[in-house]
Each structure stands twice: as C-alpha cells, then as structure tokens.
Design a binder for this molecule. Sequence first.
Ligand SMILES: Cc1cc2nc3c(=O)[nH]c(=O)nc-3n(C[C@H](O)[C@H](O)[C@H](O)COP(=O)(O)OP(=O)(O)OC[C@H]3O[C@@H](n4cnc5c(N)ncnc54)[C@H](O)[C@@H]3O)c2cc1C
Ligand SMILES: NC(=O)c1ccc[n+]([C@@H]2O[C@H](COP(=O)([O-])OP(=O)(O)OC[C@H]3O[C@@H](n4cnc5c(N)ncnc54)[C@H](O)[C@@H]3O)[C@@H](O)[C@H]2O)c1
Length: 484
Amino acid sequence: MRHLHVDVVVIGGGPVGENVADRAVQGGLETVIVEQDLVGGECSYWACMPSKALLRPGQALRAAQAVPGAAEAVTGTLNVPEVLRRRDAFAHNWSDTGQVRWLQGAGIGLVRGRGRISGEREVTVTADGEAVVISARHAIAIATGSIASMPDIPGLSAARPWTSREATSTHSIPASLAIIGGGVIATEIATAYSSLGADVTIIARGNLLESLEPFVGDRVAESLRSSGVRVQTGTGTIRLDRTADGVVIETTRGTVTAAEVLIATGRAPATHDLGLETVGLSPGHWLATDDTLRVPGYDWLYAVGDVNGRALLTHQGKYQARAAGDVIAARAKGLLISDTAWGTHVATADHVAVPQVVFTDPEIAAVGLTADQARAAGMEIRVLDYNLGFVAGASLSRDDYNGTARMIVDTKHNVVVGATFVGPDVAELLHAATTAIVAQVPIDRLWHVVPAYPTISEIWLRLLEQYGRPAARSVASREEMTHA
Ligand SMILES: Cc1cc2nc3c(=O)[nH]c(=O)nc-3n(C[C@H](O)[C@H](O)[C@H](O)COP(=O)(O)OP(=O)(O)OC[C@H]3O[C@@H](n4cnc5c(N)ncnc54)[C@H](O)[C@@H]3O)c2cc1C
Ligand SMILES: NC(=O)c1ccc[n+]([C@@H]2O[C@H](COP(=O)([O-])OP(=O)(O)OC[C@H]3O[C@@H](n4cnc5c(N)ncnc54)[C@H](O)[C@@H]3O)[C@@H](O)[C@H]2O)c1
C-alpha cells in the first residue's frame, strides 16, 4: 500500500474541487485531487456544458425565425446529428485529457480512484483493487458534488429511467420523452428535446420552477405548451412500468406512455460511501459549513460546492472554492483570516445574491430575493414590474418579443434586493442586477448608471422611472440637495 503526505487533499475533481486546489497551490500548499471518474466533474460532461449545447441551436433558430427578413432565410428544422456532434465537442467527447493537462500546468497532483475518509486528515483511495493512503498536513476538502435524487415511486428502477446524465449524453433523440419533475432540469431538457423533435410530456407535482417568482413558471409552461409540450402540473406519479410500447406512467390524471422517462426531481449530496462515519459524521446528508466552508467542529475539514447544499450552481461553487482554497492556505501559514461578511475568506454572497439563468424559451435570469422571500424576511419592499417588450432594444431584437422584468426594492434602505427577468436574451442582464445587490448601490445612484440606447438594458431605466426620481419622490435629507 502506497502512503503519500501532502498539505491538502481535495476529494472530487469537478469545477469546485479544481478551484479549491488551484487556490491552495497558489497559496503555496502541496495539493492533490482525488477523482473517481473524469476530471472536470458533472458540469463539463453531463450537466452545464452538454445541456446548454443541446439548447443553443433551438434558441438560435427561434431568434432568426422571429425577425422578418431573416426568417425567410431559415426554412428547415434543426439538423439533429449536427447538434449532437457539436454537443459531443463541448463535452470533449467525454475525455478529460485537457483538464488533466490543466491540473499538471497548475501544479496540482492527481490520484485517480474513489476516495474515502479513513480517519482524521486521512483519505484512502481505491482503484483497481489497489489502495493509496494520503495524509493531509493541513486540510481535506470534500467537493464530491451531488447525484440525481430518485423518488420512491413503485416500478421506478425496473422502468430503467433516465437521469440528467442520459438526457445530456444521449446519441439519439427518442421519439417521445416523459419528464417527472418541474424544476430547472425538467424545463431545460423539455425545451431542448422538443426543439430536437421529441414528443415531450412534463409531469410536475406542483407548478413549474416554483422556487422563482410565480409568473416565471406560468410563462415557461405557456411557451412549452405552445411548442407542443404537454405540461401536466399538479400531477402526481403513481407507478411506472416498462412495456414493449415504452414506459407507461400512471399519474393522478391518467396514463402517459413514452419511449423514455427522465427523473428530474432534485439532487442528493454525494456523501454516501465517503467514510464520513470514521470521523463521526453521518453519510448521506448535505455537509453543513460555516461561511469559510469549514465543517463546524472539524478544524481540518471543508465541504465546498454542491455537496454543502448552499447553492447547486457551478459559478457559486467556484466562488466558494476561491474562498476555501485561500482560507486553507491562510490558516496553514497562520495568517490573518478575513472572515467578516464580504471578506476574502467567506462566501457571503451565498446568502444574498445567487444568480441563476434557466436556459428555457423564454430565458429566465434571477438573483436575490423573490417578493415573497423578501416579505417573509420582514423587509418593507416595493415590487416593480415592467413589460420588457416595451423596451426599444428588446422590440428591435425580435418582433414577437414578450418578456417581464421584476425588481424588488428594500424601501427602508433604498437598495435592490432581488431581480427577475423573463424573455429572450435576458441572461446578460443578470450581472448588472447581481452587482447592484451585492454592492448595495443606492437607488439614487443607479439613476446615474446610464444604459446604452437601444439595448435591452434600458429596462433598468424603465424600472427606475416606476420607482421615481429622488427629488420627485421625497427630499428625505435636505443636505442631499444644493441650491443653484
Ligand atoms: C443537467 C444539469 C445541468 C446543469 N446546468 C447548470 C448550468 O447551466 N449552470 C450552472 O451553474 N450549474 C448547472 N448545473 C449544476 C452544476 O452541474 C453543479 O452545480 C456543479 O457541477 C457542481 O460542481 P461540484 O464540483 O461541486 O460537483 P461535481 O461537478 O458533481 O463534481 C464532483 C466530482 O467528484 C467526484 N467524486 C464524487 N465522489 C468521489 C469520491 N468518493 N472519490 C473521488 N471522486 C469523487 C465525481 O466523480 C465528480 O467528478 C447543472 C446540473 C445538472 C445536473
Ligand atoms: N441552468 C442552470 O443553472 C441549471 C440547469 C440545470 C440544473 N441546475 C441545478 O441542478 C439542480 C437540480 O435540478 P432539478 O431540476 O433536479 O431540481 P429542482 O429543485 O429545480 O426541481 C426539482 C423538481 O422536482 C419536483 N420533485 C421533488 N421531489 C419529487 C417527488 N418525490 N416526486 C415528484 N416530483 C418531485 C419538485 O417539485 C421540482 O419541480 C438545480 O437546483 C439547479 O441548481 C442548474
């Protein structure tokens, strides 16, 4: 049995593990990643990249079809083999050679195999019957991500359901697809597969996209229905059977038959079979952390990315990873720790401003609190809504532009605390909203942030006009005003 001694061991070489390791190495620590599968993790091969590659061609086609003059030039449908070929390229043909080269260049070690914690500051890695024991002088960071959560529905495993892995890596589009779940994966995969010619049915126990503003799910349901997707909301699943005709799904509203069924009912933490019990932690749960991403009660153990359940998004996990890698290095060297809110070593934004784009048609971009969440937090708010189609940049971009913007203002502190945009090409509006929330830019100063004409960003001006100019609203403090 081999025995290695390093400063830091990172279990899981997804986007988050890679970033923890990179920051720790840049902080001067000898670091290895333990990876059981492909370096790059879920995001690169079975999640963000391949799913967005499947979505983009349909989005580009719809955009051209909505502009008279260009619409006449596009008369065909999507070329499915070409879409899948491009998707394969974005998933690097499921080879991690490039990512491994990046690790080598960054000075990060790699041990392939399944890692399990085998004691304090110790990980045992097994691969092909061989074991390597790695002792960490300073820290172990768990970045093992999440896996599809499978609901307890009779007949489920015998029906051989798809998870997002099969849906994002398939090499042929089934004639029909039933999707159980109404969240982000369900709506994105429904959008992609319907544009690729599959007959899609969504079976959702509630409404669609329930964690977002209520009008979001309504708009996506309406749009999916108009493109031929059957959207069955408020529908429970009773049992599944795989038959010669495909998968037969008995629901509370009747029977659905489809060639394949995708389960998209959320994620579970990848904390089973990780040896957590050897150090007194329970397997199978999200690993709670403090804001430096350290597991309370363990000065050597960190949990970063999906596995801590704080925000299941690549960009937010990588944000945590930068803080975690830096704080591990700072603690190892006995340096001062910057762990007050918004410090270098904490992931404060997880609680305040987590941006998310859902790449459906229409696109959804949201950050911060919804109106209901703000009220539940006891804030005094104003909810500003505006029809995005009235903005010149939006109507120029396509004739059928239909969209909504909502901004939530904390009226006590005069700052934006939430924003939601629904409509074509709204993704790029999101970073401005995230900046306004994180930087707590006073509304009165936002009036000086001038959006270019004619861009969709003029929505900011329209929302501000609804809120009111500072002088017109009230002159709260006379010293703000000077006399000419
Ligand atoms: C279909 C889908 C689409 C998504 N689209 C987006 C998107 O567009 N934008 C976005 O921001 N987020 C998206 N996400 C979420 C995103 O994929 C995750 O937030 C992100 O992958 C989390 O990164 P991670 O490094 O924490 O975990 P992962 O990417 O899951 O990586 C964990 C790694 O740990 C390894 N591992 C696990 N256990 C062990 C062990 N015991 N030993 C060794 N290695 C181990 C795994 O093999 C894996 O490589 C999507 C998710 C899904 C499912
Ligand atoms: N564009 C993106 O950023 C993107 C894309 C895909 C996935 N993701 C990430 O992946 C995560 C997982 O996505 P998801 O769609 O699986 O989760 P989700 O939390 O968005 O949606 C889960 C859905 O499953 C339903 N559900 C839960 N348990 C159920 C049960 N027992 N029976 C029937 N329905 C049930 C819920 O009501 C909900 O509609 C998301 O939280 C998101 O952060 C992000």
